[in-house]
Design a protein around this ligand. Structure first.
Ligand SMILES: *Cc1c(COP(=O)(O)O)cnc(C)c1O
Length: 381
């Protein structure tokens, strides 16, 4: 009944998510912790449902971008360590400590703030020190990192439980990645020689798991691959590896109207499409207000009745148009896959990203709040 009422929705296959996590675990091997990255509403899949499912599927640690996300995870299950990847704002420090979120610190000054908060709260604060090896976003400069970690370890109410860095171009640039990897490895070695134990040492996001298996250390931080999407890039990905994960999310809408237009007729705002011949056009019940990027106008494709159909004319807020001239039959109510599979055809987030001049991360996280997330599978652990 509800199914019939849906105009635009995202279907999330929880079994795919569980299998992807199992494959990641298999790939990295025994004894390596898996920190699943669930920032931005679990890459648009719905944070609470995904966090609860990943808990049942054996994730070790979560990574989030802010404290509200950490709170949402706590609301569905207690006890999992949570790393906040972003820097805490000064006024967030006490909240982070009260919520037992592991903060990322990039300077001794930040670490001191947490030590003072730890004293106020009467508990040591577990922190991860971030090292900037070339990303240039957060992190203490590699050259100052050893000294900073040594000083942070000496703070009375802080416990340095993690040390990490982040690749800037791991999908594209092997040389720069090797420089980052070697710099970080050297730091880890020097700290070890000084007898400073750090529980969680980590570098690898999804792309690095595929391209830089040497920087495995003892924890990985995958996001995109957990959701079954391969990070795109210039470095070739072993096809066999690529087929080990499957996309968890499908983005769907419906045909709402079908008509025929004569040669010379134009479509949608700005009249950017002109029919070259008699054309059958389907109006679809989704638009950029649902998070389908307007940049896909006149470039993207969707699946209807198992066939690819070109998106024609400008995508509007709530509706878009597709050329269905080549379909034998199409009717209002037909299901449309903007991302997903119909029969033998599949459109994935990477393909949509190319049409829309962006990256799959942005495609997934742009699916708007208006789009209900519908969950399938995931019953048996
Ligand atoms: C988002 C993020 C990740 C996950 O990256 P994917 O490419 O989605 O696997 C890992 N580490 C950091 C620091 C991040 O910001």
């Amino acid at each position: 009944m509800m199914q019939k009422l849906r105009r635009c929705w995202a279907e999330v296959d929880l079994d795919a998510l569980r299998d992807n996590l199992a494959w990641i675990r298999h790939r990295v091997g025994n004894g390596i912790l898996v920190m699943t990255v669930v920032k931005a509403d679990a890459y648009g899949h719905g944070l609470k449902q995904i966090a609860a499912h990943l808990m049942r599927s054996g994730t070790n640690v979560f990574a989030v971008a802010n404290l509200a996300e950490a709170e949402a995870i706590r609301s569905v299950g207690q006890g999992w360590p949570i790393l906040m990847l972003g820097a805490c704002l000064p006024e967030e420090v006490d909240q982070a400590v009260a919520d037992r979120v592991m903060p990322t610190v990039s300077s001794l000054e930040e670490a001191r703030r947490f030590s003072e908060a730890g004293q106020r709260h009467g508990c040591p604060v577990p922190v991860h020190v971030k090292v900037d090896t070339g990303m240039g976003r957060l992190g203490v400069a590699l050259g100052n990192a050893e000294e900073m970690v040594v000083a942070a370890v000496d703070l009375p109410h802080v416990e340095v439980v993690g040390l990490y860095t982040h690749y800037a171009a791991v999908e594209d640039d092997p040389e720069f990645s090797a420089t980052q990897r070697k710099g970080f490895d050297g730091l880890v070695r020097r700290l070890r020689e000084r007898g400073i134990p750090i529980a969680m040492v980590h570098v690898n996001n999804s792309g690095a798991m595929l391209q830089e298996p040497e920087s495995l250390h003892n924890l990985v931080r995958p996001g995109l691959m957990v959701y079954g999407v391969l990070p795109p890039g210039r470095r070739p990905v072993n096809e066999a590896l690529g087929h080990q994960v499957r996309a968890a999310l499908s983005f769907k809408c419906r045909v709402s109207y079908v008509k025929e237009i004569p040669a010379g007729a134009t479509l949608s705002y700005g009249r950017s499409f002109t029919a070259k011949h008699t054309t059958r056009v389907a109006t679809l019940s989704a638009g950029y207000g649902d998070g389908y990027p307007r940049a896909g106008s006149n470039r993207a494709e969707v699946l209807i009745r198992g066939q690819r159909c070109a998106v024609v004319g400008k995508i509007t807020m709530d509706q878009m148009l597709a050329d269905v001239t080549h379909l034998e039959c199409v009717e209002p109510g037909d299901e449309v896959a903007m991302i997903g599979r119909q029969g033998d055809e599949e459109i994935d987030a990477n393909e949509v990203a190319v049409w829309c001049d962006t990256i799959p991360w942005e495609i997934l996280t742009s699916i708007s709040y208006r789009v209900p997330r519908v969950y399938r599978g995931g019953c048996a652990a």
